[in-house]
Design a protein. Structure first.
Length: 289
């Protein structure tokens, strides 16, 4: 598996799914990523493409034809090609194949670029429309960070810190993973969300258009944590498997279908559109301390 390293960080990424496997600070030998215990959730940081979340009936319509696509799309299950690599940067690419076209009828090149700079990891998504038709897609991140990060601390010793005070509604999910019709008040004039396992007993916390451009994982009993910069991603998921010792901070350019979704791909909430030959770029970064 490709590795990146500098004086401060060591990063390991799998070619399958271009998925992060390890984030280690060298001075403390602290691992920041979840261990993928299959008893809870056997992934670490899947890349979400070409959809985010669940489609209504796992189906969408494009040019009058129905297509079936599972939750979060197929990129996480495909082996990417390593196109470039240095000690501090690696470029993974995925293109359309005979396996993708029956479920996603677009010619594309999707690149995931990992770059190290000091104690910061930057993850860039590049989507290119290689076809003649307008391309519709979503893309998002799903990294699972270990909680607690250090021995002697507990899950409830940690909290998420937003870069701005938020007044944000929560968009509940149905049992099938669809967005409900009506949001409920959730974050009220605060920049802090204390972690507890019960937060996620009803699936992910889903927010739209938060004010904050950064979310940090912190604790008052440990100096170690992380700051994740998420500007440019209009949707945010926060999730953990039931009673698992991690939290996912998930910036998304895209969102699950609502219970009222028409199923027409071009009408999907949060869908991104690329004309022939166009290119889309977004990036998030995380500083580990």
């Amino acid at each position: 598996m490709p590795e990146l390293f500098n004086d401060q960080l060591q990063i390991v990424i799998a070619e399958k799914g271009a998925e992060l496997q390890h984030i280690i600070r060298k001075d403390s030998q602290l691992e920041y990523l979840w261990n993928a215990d299959p008893a809870f959730w056997a992934k670490k940081s899947p890349v979400l493409f070409p959809i985010v979340g669940t489609l209504k009936n796992n189906t969408y319509t494009y040019k009058g034809k129905n297509y079936t696509l599972g939750r979060h799309g197929f990129a996480r299950d495909h082996v990417f090609t390593v196109e470039e690599q240095t000690n501090t940067r690696v470029v993974f690419t995925l293109t359309d194949t005979e396996h993708t076209l029956p479920v996603y009828p677009f010619n594309f090149k999707f690149s995931v670029v990992y770059t190290l700079d000091g104690d910061v990891l930057t993850v860039q998504y590049i989507v290119e429309n290689k076809g003649a038709d307008t391309m519709y897609f979503s893309v998002g991140a799903h990294p699972a960070f270990k909680v607690p990060l250090t021995q002697g601390a507990g899950y409830e010793d940690y909290y998420l810190s937003f870069s701005k005070k938020e007044n944000a509604d929560l968009w509940p999910l149905t049992d099938g993973g669809l967005i409900e019709k009506t949001p409920v008040p959730y974050i009220k004039n605060t920049d802090k969300l204390p972690l507890q396992h019960a937060l996620f007993y009803q699936d992910a916390l889903v927010f739209k258009h938060l004010e904050s451009t950064a979310i940090s994982l912190k604790s008052d009993v440990s100096p170690h944590g992380l700051e994740m910069k998420v500007a440019g991603f209009p949707f945010m998921g926060i999730w953990a498997a039931k009673d698992a010792d991690f939290v996912c901070i998930e910036p998304w350019c895209g969102i699950a279908d609502s219970v009222e979704a028409s199923g027409e791909l071009s009408e999907k909430e949060g869908i991104n559109k690329l004309l022939a030959g166009q290119r889309f770029e977004r990036q998030w970064s995380a500083r580990f301390f």
